[in-house]
Every structure is written in structure tokens, then in C-alpha cells.
Design a protein around this ligand. Structure first.
Ligand code: XBP
Ligand code: MG
Length: 255
């Protein structure tokens, strides 16, 4: 049975903008410095740590590997939460400088989908404050309330690759998974979307290039623009050079 596409659900980090290397990573490092810690997450190390989604979870994983002596602190949860709060403050301040632009094709596609009458939502593991900062600065050209549902951060306890955040968004959209399509950049994101029963398109990002995206409809270099076509890394792209509402509909509505 084929289903009519009614909503598109976007991941944030790596999908709407390349926020990890030059956004989240320096914000973590600034928080560590502020707390007097001699921790420095370089570009390569951060790539390894990205296997764990969620900033607090990522700090804990780092401590397990590189600072296990600190795990015995009585106030461990509060210590991590305090570090992460500082990190969020630094990240929001950085986004306010407009330092991180949207990825190619993102603004165009968002506008086209809205014009085509599709509903729009967000499903991310990052904190709500960060999504807000991205919407106000990186995607400031979009009108307020553009995304009907925003699922972010600790609103579900189990982060991607668990399907929970997508299930949460689907429930609020009041739509079945097969009436929606997810856009992701990472294997963890694909696993989360597929786990919730959603068809998913991947535009890989700098940190996720070459990951195993089994289960995705297609894997692209980016969303593409007129004059700057995407590269097809896997899947059938029906002769298109940039992602548009028609291509998403063809994928989502295939039997
Ligand atoms: C990316 C993440 C987040 C960010 C950091 O999420 O895993 O944890 O790296 O944000 P997605 P926080 O790709 O689902 O948008 O520190 O706020 O967790
Ligand atoms: Mg992502």
C-alpha cells in the first residue's frame, strides 16, 4: 500500500548545519577551560566521541576512557550537568555570532516543502536551547513557528540510535510513520528513524561520511542546489540533481 507524504522530520546537527566540529566541539572545550579542566577535544578525538549522542552522555564516555579516576565523585551527575550547562551557554553564544551557516540546499528545500503543503518537524538529540539558537541565527530567514513539532534533548531519556525521539515527534504530529520521511546525516540517526518505522534519506556530513547507512532510501553528499548538484552515494535518485518535494514524494510513496 502506498502512502501520501504529509510531513518531513529533520535531524539538526550535521543535517541542517555542520555544527559539530566548529560549534559543539569548541563549546565543550570552552566549558572545560572554564571549569579548570585540562581537557581538549581535538577534531579527531571528537569524531570518535560522536559515536555517543548527547553532550552529557559524551562527557561521561570521555571520562570513562580518559579520566576514570574522576568517576568516583559523589557529585558526578551534578558535575557533568554543570559542565554541560556551561557548554550550552558557550554554544548559544557562538551561534549568536552567525558563525555556522545552513548546509547547501537546506533553506531552499525547507521553503519548497512548506510551499508544497508539507508539515515540518525536528527530531534531535541536541538541547532545545541549541535548536532555538540555530533557528534564530543560522535559519533566521524562516518565519517563527516554521517547524510544527520540535523534539529535542532530554525530552526522551533514550537518545538516538533509540527510536524514541522520532516516536515522540510522530505522536505529536498524530501521523503514522509511513506518512512521513526523515532526513539524517548519521548512522545513529538512520537507526533511530528506521526503528520508528520511518523512511529516511541521508545527506552525509563531514564527520559521518562513509558510515554504514543500511536501511536508508538513498545516501547523498548533500541536498544539492540548482547549479551545485548532489553526488549520489547510494540509491536511486531518478535523474534529479537536487532534492525537492517531488523527489521526497517519489521515495516516500514508493510501494
Ligand atoms: C547531535 C548530538 C548532540 C550534539 C551536542 O544530535 O549528538 O549531542 O553533538 O548537543 P543530532 P548537546 O544529530 O541528533 O542533531 O550537547 O546539547 O547534547
Ligand atoms: Mg545528526
Amino acid at each position: 500500500m502506498s502512502h501520501t507524504l504529509q510531513a518531513v522530520i529533520f535531524d539538526v546537527d550535521g543535517t541542517l548545519a555542520e555544527t559539530e566540529r566548529d560549534g559543539h566541539r569548541p563549546a565543550f572545550n570552552a566549558a572545560f577551560r572554564e571549569h579548570g579542566l585540562a581537557w581538549e577535544w581535538g577534531v579527531e578525538l571528537y569524531g570518535e566521541l560522536l559515536a555517543v549522542t548527547g553532550g552529557k552522555e559524551r562527557i561521561r564516555r570521555y571520562m570513562e576512557r580518559y579520566a576514570p579516576e574522576m568517576l568516583g565523585r559523589d557529585d558526578l551527575d551534578a558535575f557533568i550537568a554543570g559542565l554541560h550547562k556551561a557548554k550550552t551557554r558557550h554554544y548559544v553564544a557562538l551561534m549568536e555570532t552567525g558563525a555556522i551557516p545552513p548546509r547547501p540546499g537546506v533553506l531552499r528545500l525547507l521553503r519548497e516543502l512548506k510551499a508544497a503543503g508539507l508539515r515540518m518537524a525536528i527530531a534531535t538529540t541536541t538541547s532545545p536551547e541549541n535548536v532555538d539558537a540555530l533557528l534564530r541565527h543560522t535559519l533566521h530567514e524562516l518565519p517563527e513557528g516554521f517547524f510544527e513539532v520540535i523534539g529535542a534533548g532530554d525530552i526522551v531519556p533514550a537518545k538516538k540510535p533509540a527510536p524514541d525521539i522520532y516516536a515522540w515527534v510522530l505522536e505529536r504530529l498524530d501521523l503514522p510513520a509511513r506518512a512521513c520521511l526523515a532526513l539524517e546525516d548519521s548512522r545513529n540517526g538512520v537507526l533511530a528513524a528506521r526503528g520508528a518505522g520511518l523512511p529516511v534519506l541521508v545527506a552525509e556530513s563531514s564527520y559521518t561520511a562513509g558510515e554504514d547507512f543500511t536501511g536508508a532510501l538513498a545516501v547523498l553528499s548533500d541536498l544539492g542546489e540548482p547549479g551545485a548538484p548532489f553526488r549520489t552515494l547510494a540509491g536511486e535518485t531518478h535523474g534529479k540533481a537536487w532534492v525537492d518535494a517531488e523527489l521526497l514524494r517519489r521515495w516516500a510513496e514508493a510501494p
